[in-house]
Design a binder for this molecule. Structure first.
Ligand code: P1T
Length: 387
C-alpha cells in the first residue's frame, strides 16, 4: 500500500460490532466482563480503547513502523520517551527545538537526575564531542523549531552505540516528507496536534517504533503514567490524518512560493526555509526529505519591534501559537512558543526578538502573498515601500 492509501485504509477496518465503515468514537471508560477476566480484549480505556487502537495502527503505517502509542499531547509523548531513561543518564539534544520540550528537559527532568547537553546538531562534530559514557538518548528535531535547521538522521544513527536510543521529533516534516525509522532512528515522536490532525481542533501526540522492546516499554508508560488521548481526540486526529498527503503537498507548494517572495523582498533581512537553495543544508534537505514542508521563519530589516507590529497586521495569517493546520498562522517565537527559554539562551541560539515564524496554510497563494505584501508595506522602514 502506498502512502495516501495507507492514510485512508490502515487501521480503518469496518467496525466488527456494527459494520460501521468509519471507526466509531468508543466514548467509554470501561467494558463489561462476562466473568472475572473474561472480556473481548478491552478492560479499561486508559489501557486500551478501540478508537485509539485504530489511530495507532494508522500512524504506525504512515511512519513505516510496526508499533505506535498515542498520547494526550506531543509533550506527553516526549515525556514517555524520556521515561525510558533512569537517573544518571545523559541526553544529547538539539540547541534549537520547541520551547516546551526545552522546558520539560531543563525544568522538570533535570530535577529527576537526567543530564542534558544542547548542541548545534547540524554539526556532527559537535554531536560527537557532546557524547559521554552515560549518554543514553539522542533527541533530534529536524527541521528544528523555529530556525528550520536540519539534523542528518543517518549520521547520528551511525554514532549510536548499543544501548543508546535515537529519537526524532518528526512533527515539522511529517511522515509524508520524512521517515526517520527508515534512516535508522529507533523512535519517531509526533505532536499530532499539528499537521497529522491538520485542522487545529485537537491536541495529541504519538510515538512510533519498529523495536518491539522499546515499543513495549512505551506502551507500559502510556498506561502507567496515563497521558492518553480521549476517544474524541483520537477520532479527530485519525480523520485529519486521512488527508495528510493532499494537505502536505499544498502546504509545501505555498511555503516555497512565500519563501521565494520573502527572500527577494528589500524589507526582509533573512529567510529560513530548507527549500531555498541558500539554506545552508539544502543538499541534506533534498537527500533526507521528499519535500520541504510548510514552516518558515524570517527576520525583517529594522528594529526588532517591527516584528511585533508585523505579526498583528495580518489578515489571513492568524497571530497564534501552534502550526500545521489548514489555516495560516504567524507567531513571534521569542514571546510565544519559545518564551520558556531564557532570553540570553534564545539570543545565543538565534531565536532573536526580530524573528517571525509562519505556518503556511493551504489557502489560495495569491491571498497569502497579498496579506504579506500589505503587512510589509504597513510596517516598512522605507517610505517608498510604505506607500
Ligand atoms: O503542543 P503539543 O501537542 O504538546 O506538542 C509539543 C511539540 C512538540 N514538538 C514540536 C516540534 C512542537 O512544535 C510542539 C508544539 N509546538 C507548538 C505549540 C508551536 O507553536 O511551536
Amino acid at each position: 500500500m502506498r502512502f495516501a492509501t495507507r492514510a485512508i485504509h490502515a487501521g480503518q477496518d469496518p467496525d466488527p460490532a456494527t459494520g460501521a465503515t468509519i471507526v466509531p468514537i468508543y466514548q467509554t471508560s470501561t467494558y463489561t466482563q462476562s466473568a472475572v477476566g473474561q472480556h473481548k480484549g478491552f478492560d479499561y480505556s486508559r489501557t486500551v480503547n478501540p478508537t485509539r487502537l485504530a489511530l495507532e495502527a494508522q500512524l504506525a503505517a504512515l511512519e513505516d513502523g510496526a508499533y505506535c502509542s498515542a498520547f494526550a499531547s506531543g509533550m506527553a509523548a516526549t515525556a514517555a520517551i524520556l521515561n525510558l531513561l533512569s537517573a544518571g543518564d545523559h541526553v544529547v539534544a538539539s540547541d534549537d527545538m520547541y520551547g516546551g520540550t526545552y522546558r520539560l528537559f531543563s525544568r522538570v527532568l533535570s530535577r529527576y537526575g537526567l543530564d542534558f547537553t544542547y548542541v548545534d546538531m547540524s554539526n556532527s562534530n559537535a554531536i560527537h564531542s557532546a557524547v559521554r559514557p552515560n549518554t543514553k538518548l539522542y533527541w533530534l528535531e529536524t527541521p528544528t523549531n523555529p530556525l528550520l535547521k536540519l539534523v542528518d538522521i543517518a549520521k547520528v544513527c551511525a554514532l549510536r552505540t548499543p544501548g543508546q536510543i535515537v529519537a526524532v521529533d518528526n512533527t515539522f516534516a511529517t511522515p509524508f516528507f520524512q521517515r526517520p525509522l527508515s534512516l535508522g532512528a529507533d523512535i519517531v515522536m509526533h505532536s499530532t496536534t499539528k499537521y497529522i490532525c491538520g485542522h487545529s481542533d485537537s491536541i495529541g501526540g504519538a510515538t512510533i517504533s519498529n523495536n518491539s522492546e522499546l515499543a513495549e516499554l512505551l506502551k507500559f508508560h502510556q498506561n502507567a503514567v496515563g497521558g492518553v488521548p480521549g476517544p474524541m481526540d483520537a477520532y479527530l486526529t485519525m480523520r485529519g490524518a486521512k488527508t495528510l498527503a493532499l494537505r502536505m503537498r499544498k502546504h509545501a507548494e505555498n511555503a516555497q512560493v512565500i519563501a521565494r517572495f520573502l527572500v527577494t523582498h528589500d524589507e526582509v533581512e533573512r529567510v529560513y526555509y530548507p527549500g531555498l537553495d541558500t539554506h545552508p543544508q539544502h543538499e541534506l534537505a533534498k537527500r533526507q526529505m521528499s519535500g520541504f514542508g510548510g514552516m518558515l521563519s524570517f527576520t525583517l530589516r529594522g528594529p526588532a519591534s517591527r516584528a511585533l507590529d508585523f505579526a498583528k497586521s495580518m489578515k489571513y495569517f492568524s497571530l497564534a501559537e501552534s502550526l500545521g493546520g489548514v489555516e495560516s498562522l504567524v507567531c513571534h517565537p521569542g514571546r510565544m512558543t519559545h518564551g520558556a527559554i531564557p532570553k540570553e539562551d534564545r539570543d545565543a541560539r538565534g531565536v532573536t526578538d526580530g524573528l517571525l515564524r509562519l505556518s503556511v496554510g493551504i489557502e489560495d497563494i495569491e491571498d497569502l502573498i497579498e496579506d504579506l505584501q500589505i503587512a510589509l508595506a504597513r510596517t516598512a522602514q522605507d517610505p517608498v515601500v510604505r506607500h
